[in-house]
Design a protein around this ligand. Sequence first.
Ligand code: MRU
Length: 388
Amino acid sequence: MSGLQAIRYTRGKLEVLDQLRLPHEHRYDDVSTSEEAFDCIKAMRVRGAPAIAIVAALAHGVELYHGSCRASTPTEVISYVDSRLDYLKQSRPTAVDLTNAITHLKTVVRAVDIAALGHDAAKSAIVDAYIAAAEEIFRKDTETNLRIGEHGSRWLLANAPIKSPEGKVSVLTHCNTGSLATSGHGTALGIIRSLHSAGNLHHAFCTETRPYNQGSRLTAFELVYERIPATLITDSMAGALFATRKTENHIAAVIVGADRVVRNGDTANKVGTYALAVLAKYHGIKFVVAAPTTSIDLQTTTGADIKIEERKPEELTQISGAVVSADGKIDVSHTVRVATAHQEIAVWNPAFDVTPAGLIDAVVTEKGVVEKGESGSFDFRGVMPERW
Ligand code: MRU
């Protein structure tokens, strides 16, 4: 597994890699309170649906560990946990992993048998139960991703419309869904890692992913870090790439992650995903969503009901980077912010878009692969019967 870690944790201490500084600088910040976690998530120093949920869950655990809760009764401790989690939930609205983690943590603290323990013991049992459950979310995520990697690579090898003469596949991915977006390995990028480690990857392409550039700043960084054969393109080059399928790098599939997969399979993911799905359909390329079951939202029926986060105009009109000297050397100690558009132009900046289920061939979860049914939508009963 990759040595790259977005989140470092030991009980009572949480450190988060500042992804705004990547790929030039590798700096971890302490995140010790819900407020610090909220800011870190909102500013996208940590991002990616699973990583957001993990940081929020652990940060509240860290403040509890250090005695932030001054409540005098067990019921007040539960109200305190609820209020901190409800606050954290507002940090970013589209990814459902955070909501699912919060629902789970609220259930865990309510399962403590207050009557049997007595007041004082129950108060610390609630805190202990919370911390253990938050740590379990963090621990389980990497396991989940390794399974997604296995299921996804097996499905792709069996269903790829085209392969290299050696039987390997080439894929394209969008945004960042790797170790930086999770506790490790990643989802869509995890499938690419699994394909590569088994010798089944011919080539990976990653999009730049405007406006925040998760592809060029983060995915390209992970691919180079692991020496996976890969090429960066701008988002607008995908059509040209798909149209040149006769070259040796013919794309078999687009593999993306998800912020929210709803009941019929409509999927919210990084803006630009929908355009890639349309292009893939036209070119006969498989379109695969890789998502843990914690990214599936069975309460929402179709994509029309997903709240899409809109972000500030500066993400489109300005860009930051490290200074490059005349001889091509990068000065990592000197980063600058540069205006790239007229600062008064009106801007629309949705962080995500919704890909209709009809354009998706398969959703890869840790419990197995769900293929689209005859009706053009998905049925997730097989992978999450308990929540149906
Ligand atoms: O805005 P971001 O960077 O948080 O968006 C991330 C994505 O869209 C990912 O594809 C998704 O969260 C899945 S990460 C495993």
